[in-house]
Design a protein. Sequence first.
Lengths: 305, 287
Amino acid sequence: MTTSALTSATRRRRPKRQAGWRGLIYIAPAMALVTLFFVLPVLFTLWMSLHKWPLLGEPAWIGLRNYTRMFTDARFFNALGFTAHYTLIVTIAIFAVAFPLAIFVEKQRPLVSLYRTIVFLPVVVGLASASLLWVWLANVDSGLFAPLFDILGLTSGRINLLAKFDTAFLTIIVMVVWKIAGFTMIILLTGLQAIPAELTEAARIDGAGRWQRFRHLTLPLMRRTMALALILSVTGSILAFDQFYIMTSGGPQNKMISVVYYIFNQSFVSFNLGYGAALSIALLLILVTLSVVQLWLLKVGDERP
Amino acid sequence: MRTRREIRARKALRDRIVYHGIGIGTAFFFLAPFAVSFLASFRPNSESGRPPLPPWPISGLSFDAYRALDSFGAGIWQHMFNSLLVSIGTVVLTVAVSVLAGYGFSRYRFPFKNALFVLIIATLMVPFQSILTPLFIILARLGLNNSLVGLMLVYVTLQLPFSVFMMRNAFDAVPKEIEEAARIDGARDLKLLVRVLLPLVMPGIATVSIFAFLNAWNEFFAALVLLSSNDNYTLPVLMTAVRAGRLGAINWGAVQAGVAVMVVPCLFVFLLLQRYYMRGLMAGAVK
């Protein structure tokens, strides 16, 4: 008994050990890239954040002073506040558009896949392209909106949408909804289609109205999908940069500087690379925290039926 | 009886009109910006500064806007070439690296296998925007600062979590018996992978490719930071120069032409390979 167990163990171990090295060879290129362009930069960011690091000249160790500076930096808090404000509004706006759209394209009806595809089109173009397109549309002299609103009598005369914070903010929100809603729609659609038809049918037979079915059947069953769509929207919005850089250059009155924009300015305009690294670590912590919350949210969705 | 049927028919007709009414309205909102910009890009210089009402050229089709776009940077062909080079390079490298890694993770056992897989996936949690400064410095040390190859390597790394995950699932779905049969026939290792398994995971490769292409073609922030000389700019970075204008005047015709040049390849690739794109999206969503 023991001898046979031993021999079978050695027999099994041998090809396994050989395979062990082979497997590592196959994943080596991926690991090399991840190490060189990901793990190393993350560690390097931590290291840099403890230095005063000018573009030219020697970096000097300053301990945690970059981090203490962060807590007294009013512009950083403005950027944080603006990013939070933007994330909240844009997420609500995207859901308000994407949820009805998902319900609209859920049933198999004539032309439904065409409508789905059209709504999805802006998702596949770049945010930079979309920003460029819309900054033209919103331009007061050569764009579409100002003269169109004027002709339709919505405004008296042409107004410069991008000159005031509120209208510029609204323009960017509409642009982002146009760009992203199709994506959120498809995510929500997968959740809607996963709801068994028998369940809805049973509720209908039991006399539940359309709203009741939505409120007590669809929404609870969509919890997991909505958590996913929510997290994707929130993490995406926190990292927003392209639209503010291209459409308003952070204006008017520098009120549209997002966190990533502020890090960009500190690191690559003012060349405070050490301080930029400390800000990056703060951003990284915020997003990792959110990812942990995401996993927790999805788990909670799993436990409840 | 008859009236009842009539009422039902009328209700069905009304439902259909409401449905298509909403559908057409929605389609209009999502298509109009593309259509307006695309039509307007064919207006002559004399019209390009005016509002697009109507958006199409009034005094004849013209390529003035594209000629104006060509006068920026190192010429539009150069920048299209840069963007294409980076995007296609990213696709090829991403496919090569993720096929190898997907195969390794699916078929082999080795120490720390799960930890290494989680490490690759976990990179999704860290925004690349926060590690650009060290990337800039590391690329400079490697002699790859302001280089399209350096940018390409960064893009490949960004694609890896999704791509390795997709390819591992693709290989997991291939029955082991096929591999064993091929092994008996004398195919081994890379030969086995390329000749026998590669055709079977083609759908996964298509999905990985389309995401790699679109993300590399559209990426703006890393390109803005990592490229410093005019000649190397990819299209989105070139467009910031067009957007900034010359002597305070912006040539909106060039902006429209630039948008068309950047957008049309994306729409084309997506419409051609929509099935594979949606598969990838679903896989990501279900994960």
